[in-house]
Write a protein that binds this ligand. Structure first.
Ligand code: SF4
Length: 518
């Protein structure tokens, strides 16, 4: 046995790679290859998978979610990454949940607190208004998206503001705020990294918490190369984040006004609370002298003590982390500054009056239902062609436009996982099912689907006819030519093989073995 080498004499490379008698060494043309040659792939540029784009939107025509989902699924790198990334969030959420023994109690408290507040909305909003005004805040009320945009524009005009930095807000997406501001010549700069990526790529957010989650790092590198001049071949996350910071920071420092949303509004104190992980809402609110907060009226909670329940649930449900990095209470304007709060209805009062759907207003926008949904994970948020995607979107979107979003409630397996993870106990899958019934009543379901469902209903309600149909289908599947089974009428068979029919149906087996008795 040879004596061990002193550290100073040890080869720099791992000994196996240099050993002359290494039987596993890669040999090409009688010459042993060194480590780099042996393990590297040839330097041939690989074509990148193009990022699938979202649903095609044609005015008020129904969104074809299935068509956009098919394009997303046809991009396997994106689909796999999206599915795994969101499932990872779901698993982290589960781990955090199991560390809180009183988790179910918190969910019940949060749900009860929201239901109480929603049924006393006028009282608590009035209380908030009085307290916020006494804190020196200007309060505005907006009936709809157009009024919201006009109010904010008016405030900016009064201050001669030409640029606005803002933190992520689904409400402003709902209001079409950025396009409106562009039309009146005001520059809007998103400060949340994911949202800024989406803004630069001229895309909507695909997820309510992680807006660019559907993009690969290489997609982001392409967007930044195009818009802020980074190296298109460098998709290192630190490089990209730093480049974005360098490009945006001067715009933030020079902005005339700042805008935030709010996660919670506390009636008792007249304050509102914003939770972020990047601290960007704090920048938006405190760098310029003028701070405008756009807030949906359902965000109100009665007292500060209720906040603790929601704060414990929010980040754990959203990202599987115990708390967001920044949880800021805004109570009044900074010294020498001005604070405006715009309380927005935009269809919320109407939803509150909908017996089957009003509890969707309890939503705290954590995204947990999206992270767990098998349809959402595999089709991407942009396939829904709406501000809100995933299970909660299937309930909210048709309240804005039942015709345009009439296909969405069918983009669900109704497995109930969304309801199980929802921190405020919204019965999401039941509301999705209720929307399906409602859409049939409103004649918003295509004739072919309606006819097929009616026929299936007739068949399933007649056991003898059902058994005869199954037996006939088994024979047909075994003998029919392939083109008869696999054609455009068979949506199931377009992406997969129809399973081979069993030799014996379960009913026949049961008859033979159990005499039909249970
Ligand atoms: S419906 Fe529930 S799970 Fe989905 S985003 Fe809202 S609060 Fe979260």
């Amino acid at each position: 046995m040879s004596a061990p080498q002193e550290p100073s004499q040890a080869p720099i490379l791992h000994p196996e790679l240099k050993a002359a008698d290494d039987l596993d060494a890669i040999v090409r043309g009688g010459r042993r290859l060194d480590h780099a040659e042996g393990t590297s792939k040839p330097l041939r540029p690989q074509p990148r998978e193009k990022q699938p784009r979202g649903a095609k939107v044609h005015g008020a025509r129904p969104i074809d979610q299935a068509e956009a989902a098919a394009r997303f699924i046809a991009a396997p790198e994106h689909e796999k990454m999206h599915d795994e990334r969101l499932w990872d969030l779901r698993q982290k959420r589960d781990r955090e949940m199991h560390l809180i023994p009183e988790w179910e109690e918190l969910r019940s408290l949060a749900s009860a607190s929201k239901e109480h507040t929603l049924t006393h909305l006028d009282e608590y909003l009035g209380q908030f208004e009085v307290n916020a005004r006494s804190n020196g805040v200007h309060i505005h009320w907006a009936r709809d998206a157009a009024e919201h945009n006009r109010i904010v524009h008016g405030i900016l005009k009064d201050h001669g503001a030409k640029s606005l930095i803002k933190s992520k807000s689904m409400l402003t997406e709902e209001c079409g705020f950025r396009p409106y501001m562009a039309s009146v010549g005001i520059e809007v700069i998103e400060t949340d990294l994911g949202e800024r990526i989406q803004q630069l790529d001229n895309e909507d957010p695909s997820h309510i918490v992680v807006p660019a989650v559907h993009k690969l790092r290489t997609d982001v590198a392409d967007v930044f190369a195009r818009t802020i001049g980074t190296d298109p071949g460098n998709s290192d996350v630190h490089y990209l984040a730093e480049a974005q910071r360098d490009a945006t920071r001067p715009l933030i420092l020079a902005a005339d006004a700042g805008m935030t949303g709010a996660n919670f509004v506390v009636a008792e104190t007249g304050a509102f609370v914003v939770c972020t992980n990047e601290g960007n809402a704090d920048l938006s609110a405190t760098v310029p002298r003028l701070h405008i907060a756009s807030i949906g009226i359902e965000k109100i909670i009665p007292r500060l003590e209720h906040l603790a329940v929601f704060i414990r649930l929010l980040s754990r449900s959203a990202l599987g982390s115990p708390i967001t990095q920044y949880t800021t209470h805004f109570r009044g304007p900074r010294e020498g500054g001005e604070m405006h709060v715009v309380l927005v209805d935009n269809g919320r009062s109407e939803r509150l009056a909908m017996a089957e759907f009003w509890t969707s207003l309890k939503c705290i926008r954590c995204g947990a239902c999206m992270n767990t949904c098998p349809v959402y994970r595999r089709s991407g948020g942009l396939s829904y062609g709406a501000t809100y995607s995933g299970p909660i979107g299937l309930i909210i979107d048709p309240t804005f436009n039942a015709h345009k979003y009439s296909n969405l409630p069918f983009a669900s397996t109704l497995n109930g996982s969304c309801s199980d993870v929802c921190p405020v106990k919204i019965n999401i899958h039941e509301q999705i099912y209720a929307w399906r019934r409602e859409l049939v009543k409103r004649h918003e379901v295509p004739f072919a689907k309606k006819a097929a469902m009616k026929a299936a209903g007739e068949l399933l309600s007649r056991p003898a006819a059902y058994r005869a149909a199954i037996a006939a289908a088994d024979v047909a599947l075994a003998h029919l030519p392939r083109f008869v089974v696999y054609n455009n009428l068979n949506a199931w068979g377009r992406g997969r093989e129809v399973p081979h029919p069993p030799k014996q149906t379960f009913h026949a087996w049961h008859e033979a073995n159990r005499g039909g008795k249970t």
